[in-house]
Design a protein around this ligand. Sequence first.
Ligand SMILES: [Zn+2]
Length: 288
Amino acid sequence: MKINADRLLNDLRQLRSFGATGSGVVRLALSPVDMQSRRWLAGRMTDAGLSAAIDGVGTVFGRSPQSGPALLIGSHTDTQPTGGWLDGALGVIYGIEIARALAESDETKHLAVDVASWMDEEGTFSSFLGSRSFVGEPVDDAIGSARDREGLLLRDALSRAGLEAVPRVRVDQTRHGAYMEPHIEQGGRLEAAGKSIGVVTTIVGIREVRLRFTGQRNHAGPRRCRFAATPERRWSLSSHGWTKPSGRSPTPIRSGQSAVSNSTPGRSASCLARPTCICSSGTRTHGV
Ligand SMILES: [Zn+2]
């Protein structure tokens, strides 16, 4: 099978234009620009001969007209607050290009490739919303309670995007024989080894604990402090493998109240994270 590299790169660059910021991209899950990019993606899938739609949690899914078994190819097109332009996008556009290339050859046009861009893989509201919903994990609790950094409820964001009453796509066990997610390497091993591609056998997952301290707000000094959560005490868990979350800032030591040096806060919040291996068999860990 021969792909069209120019066509693939052109699609990647067009996708980048949605939320392009400096050398990266800002396309947070369910933001207006994310939804614009998803409508564009659905159009590209349709052009590739797939039956495409955005489902009830915002996943873009393109289904091949060929009968199965089908290879499902996908990744995410939402980004972290500032993401790399190829992160996630690569896997989705690869899927579309492979579907196109297969359809262009008499020898391969009978083969079925479905393509997905999952919703909120980067945890703007609730991590893995699209892929969890696809495999049948319960997501309604998260939809009713998860919020983004500005406090927007996930349910309201889905409603704003017009997805409230839209059906959710589900894995078809009789059709989907395998899933492939091409992804740009998150480390530098391939580059160091002089290789251009590799197969992932293990990936790091993050187990996260959010801590909330509640005490008596007061002025520092005259009274014994009823609430003394020192940084040393907070981070003592690091000796058991817990560390400050990598990749994003931990919640400030004092948040919400009395973020000054001469008083003690009545409330404080923090966050700890521990890297956890996820094996290639697909075992995942969620927050505890
Ligand atoms: Zn990614």
